[in-house]
Design a protein around this ligand. Structure first.
Ligand code: M3P
Ligand code: FE
Length: 306
């Protein structure tokens, strides 16, 4: 399939307990660019290699977690088409007016079987700090901090994993790239709308609407090591890594923002082409599936969600 319809993750809105420490984390340590602060208190950020105006929205709230993740469609017609398909599937779809976020067109918003809110949008203003396009240098200003190139994916925890696979593959035209099975059904599922190993993933969990991590792509394994250095230098709470996933083959490190939301920065991962066979891990191999080097599960990695 050529890249049509839903093309990629567009943004994530994350709740933080206090804005200033959150900004020191996302902007100064991870290296995101602060785009704007709006009257309602939300702060908009982007990674240096993204064309769109923003990809991360921080909202101050009493409780950490994710408000929603939004995917971008190729065209406005696709946006309307998917809204109708979601309604036909039986989910309620709400239209969010343009400019509810600065520079963003109308969105359609709905709840997933796991209880998470997902949005779709087609239009976002271009950033004046995006990649160059005329005789393009490799970047317009030197990447800072962890040198996060783009917002890449989210991993979400909730019930109804089987329904999630049906919804994403049959309604949103995603493909299932990889999964972890158990006698009680699938434990984890990785879904793509592109040629990445995943654009979104879900892990079975009794409580709905839980946030495991938002992930950002780095260029090299060397940059993952550099991120580890920054994590210690700035006393960021480390979760695990640097290590590699068996699932997706990503080379990765996980850490927490000051509000307790987990972040990942990673590189690598295989290329998935439509029609490639599904990769399957048996639950008895879950240690290697999640952490390929240590081959051991880590209770904090599996249990802590916001
Ligand atoms: C990733 C990834 C789990 C696996 C996570 C994998 C929690 O986050 O980016 O490949 O099972
Ligand atoms: Fe991840």
């Amino acid at each position: 399939m050529a890249m049509t319809g839903i093309i990629r993750p567009g943004m994530v809105q994350i709740r933080v307990l206090e804005m200033e420490p959150a900004l020191r984390h996302y902007r100064d340590v991870m290296g995101l660019i602060e785009v704007s602060r709006e009257a309602d208190g939300r702060v908009y950020l982007k990674c240096f290699d993204e064309f769109d105006r923003h990809s991360v929205v921080l909202r101050e709230a009493e409780e950490a977690g994710m408000d929603y993740m939004a995917f971008k469609t190729a065209t406005e017609a696709d946006l309307d088409r998917y809204a109708q398909r979601i309604r036909d599937f039986g989910a309620e779809v709400e239209e969010v007016p343009a400019d509810e976020q600065p520079g963003v067109g109308r969105r359609f918003s709905f709840l997933l079987p796991t209880g998470h809110r997902l949005d779709l949008f087609a239009e976002m203003a271009l950033s004046d700090q995006g990649p160059l396009t005329e005789n393009p240098h490799i970047w317009s200003s030197e990447p800072r901090g962890m040198r996060a190139t783009r917002f890449d994916h989210c991993l979400l925890y909730g019930p109804a994993i089987a329904e999630i696979v049906v919804f994403f593959t049959q309604v949103l035209d995603f493909e299932l790239t990889e999964k972890v099975t158990s006698p009680e059904g699938d434990i984890a599922v990785f879904l793509t709308c592109s040629t990445k190993a995943h654009d979104i993933a879900f892990v079975r969990h009794p409580e709905p609407n839980k946030f495991h991590h938002a992930s950002f792509y780095l260029l090299t394994w060397e940059d993952v090591g550099h991120a580890a250095d920054l994590i210690s230098r700035h006393d960021v709470a480390l979760d695990i890594g640097p290590t590699r996933h068996g699932i997706t083959r990503g080379q990765t490190i996980y850490f927490f923002d000051p509000s307790g939301n987990r972040n990942e920065v990673f590189t690598g991962g295989y290329t998935y082409y439509p029609g490639d066979p599904l990769r399957v891990w048996d639950h008895t191999q879950i240690g290697k599936a999640i952490f390929y080097h240590t081959r051991e599960l880590n209770e904090r990695f599996l249990g802590v969600v916001t």
